[in-house]
Design a protein. Sequence first.
Length: 232
Amino acid sequence: MIRVALASAVIVAMVMAGCAKSGFRTQADSPPVTWTNSAQPIEPEALRPSNRPTRNDLIVLLPKANGSIGGVVVRTDGGMEIRLSKPYAGAHIDGPGMMQPVWYDADWAKHEFSSVLTALPGRPATFLLYFLDGKDELTPDSEREVARVFAEIAARPYPEILVIGHTDAVGNAQFNDQLARQRAQRVRDDLIAGGIAVDRIAVSGRGKREPLIPTSEGVSEPQNRRVEINVR
């Protein structure tokens, strides 16, 4: 089977069925690539579908959308270890204790894993909407931002939406907890009115506990009077 690892070091998919379990573990944020076995690397052509063994696991490290790279450590049950921290580097496992480093170019990886990458859920998106002082009424700029929120939600077949209300440091904790919740509920109601299913939205209020801009008690700060919308 083939497994694909994103740069966040998460194994995200299996795209070719195999017959054996190789038993590997992964660890994120590895140091630079080092090969712990003495075998020569397998060239990409050796792992083309027509030549690939029927008993195998293949782990490939893909870059993030912004091109940055994290890392993965692949270990077999037999104790062999390969560290991946370069784009399209991989580890080919062919049975217990049998693992070799491999590498690919971007075109080959995109072709081989296209169906897997297409099926992956979209990356989470975050929006901030700001409110008038002491109210659950959006600022004019944030009113216009709502259209972008709807567009992002519409692009996802099964969206999950978390709406979190916040306040600045003016007023006592009880008042701000209530106001934060009201702001989140206001956004939730707007989303529902726009056609978003009720069961796709969760709401929370954090009061003045999590300011975007730290301030002293009693200070009015427009950027802290906000609702955060997380869409995934």
